[in-house]
Design a protein around this ligand. Structure first.
Ligand SMILES: [Zn+2]
Length: 88
């Protein structure tokens, strides 16, 4: 288990009670695209993730950093059930 994964448990708990909002710069969103289909991404939740509508996945935002890795993408159906991290 990496440092980032352990740290995310704490960050996730804080986000759950809506005490922290992540400030994503609009310019950052403009340059980000889905690594699979190169499509546009939409912010979901309290800037908790970036959703690709075409691929039906959400790329999580951790420590204010979008994780644009296919291996870390959460299937949209699971994301809507509260899953924020995929364990493989
Ligand atoms: Zn995509």
């Amino acid at each position: 288990m990496s440092w980032r994964r352990r740290n995310f448990g704490l960050v996730g708990a804080v986000l759950d009670v809506k005490e922290v909002r992540v400030a994503l710069h609009p310019d950052l969103l403009n340059i980000l695209c889905c690594p699979v289909c190169k499509g546009d991404l939409v912010v979901v939740g309290a800037e908790e993730g970036l959703q690709c509508a075409a691929c039906q996945v959400v790329y999580p935002i951790r420590d204010e950093i979008p994780v644009m890795l296919v291996d870390e993408a959460v299937p949209l159906a699971q994301w809507e059930q509260g899953v924020r991290e995929v364990y493989r």
